[in-house]
Design a protein around this ligand. Structure first.
Ligand SMILES: [Zn+2]
Ligand SMILES: [Zn+2]
Length: 335
């Protein structure tokens, strides 16, 4: 049986695979993904959850997580663990256009369909009271292993896909953001993200783009060189509350910026949607969540190892940066 285990020091949860991969299985791409039960090229034989427009479809992913059953929280010595309840789905973008940018990003029309799928899946998954968080991210195959897949020519076997991971625990980085935002709100009675947006607009040097509904900038103290955030200008804690016009705007902005970053670094980046946890009434409910948290997208270089990032910062959170965010913003702007 797979399980979720809690690090007692950092209160971070880890999913532990029952049948561990052998070291040699990490050496061949894409063996690790298939070992975890992720769809192989073409996703033949995988169960379709939902179909979108433009040939986009959502298929079931990881066997590591179990959609049925109870959480079964229990102790093991001094440790805590629970059953690996959760949902993992992969959004396959079969028709992903790769005509315009060196970064291999699909066109804007296609992106609106992808965003619609995110919205529909989050709306469906937040109804499950066992699940605390729906995490959506998008990368190129091979990116998650920290070793970017070779940047192939147009029409190569590199495929774009997003992953949707719904878990009974809140991921560590999100938990830290929620805690920080809550503390800031208690102190200032203002949303920290709204304050950051105003400050970045005032300073201007880290801003990459500004549209009617969004602002994109490299954060003041990033974890990785070239990291940038896309933040909605209207305060909202949850991605699923995004309006139609905002989605249209994001569907134009996101592929444009991914393309720029892809050209700047010669490899398409990954992105992560940071949104509020499921707000199902329970004890210890986050009463101010709607006021203090603000959803956003974080775009990171593929594999997290480009631009001076290293195992040190990925392992400890202490960043060693080779490129300032001001310069990174300029490189991406000018690419
Ligand atoms: Zn805000
Ligand atoms: Zn974030």
């Amino acid at each position: 049986m797979h399980e979720l285990r809690k690090d007692p020091l950092l209160s971070r949860w880890a999913a532990i695979l029952e049948n561990s991969l052998k070291p040699e299985e990490y050496g061949t791409f894409p063996a690790p993904r298939e070992g975890l039960g992720l769809p192989a090229a073409g996703a033949q034989g995988h169960i379709t959850v939902e179909r979108g427009t433009d040939g986009i479809r959502v298929v079931k992913g990881l066997r590591l997580l179990d959609e049925k059953g109870e959480l079964g929280r229990k102790g093991e010595g001094i440790y805590d663990k629970m059953n690996p309840i959760g949902v993992h789905e992969v959004v396959m973008e079969e028709q992903a256009g790769r005509s315009d940018s060196g970064g291999g990003q699909p066109e804007a029309g296609n992106f609106r369909a992808v965003l619609d799928i995110y919205l529909r899946r989050i709306t469906a998954l937040v109804k499950d009271a066992r699940l605390r968080y729906v995490f959506i991210f998008r990368n190129m195959e091979g990116c998650a292993g920290g070793r970017p897949a070779p940047h192939g020519p147009q029409g190569s076997t590199e495929r774009l896909h997003s992953e949707i991971l719904a878990t009974p625990v809140i991921p560590d980085f999100i938990k830290r953001e929620l805690d920080g935002a809550k503390q800031y709100y208690q102190y200032k009675e203002r949303c920290i993200f709204c304050d950051i947006m105003n400050e970045e607009s005032r300073v201007e040097s880290r801003v990459i783009a500004r549209t009617e509904h969004f602002i994109a900038f490299c954060p003041y103290a990033p974890r990785l060189s070239f990291e940038f955030w896309i933040v909605p200008r209207r305060h909202s804690c949850a991605f699923e509350e995004t309006s139609g016009p905002e989605l249209d705007d994001l569907a134009r902005l996101l592929p444009e910026l991914l393309g720029r970053m892809g050209r700047a670094l010669n490899h398409p980046p990954c992105y992560y949607i940071h949104t509020a946890p499921n707000r199902i009434p329970r004890k210890n409910l986050w009463h101010t969540l709607g006021d203090d948290y603000h959803w956003h997208i974080e775009v990171l270089p593929a594999g997290g190892l480009i631009g001076g990032g290293s195992a040190v910062d990925l392992g400890s959170g202490f960043a060693l940066l080779a490129t300032s965010p001001e310069d990174a913003a300029r490189y991406i702007r000018e690419a």
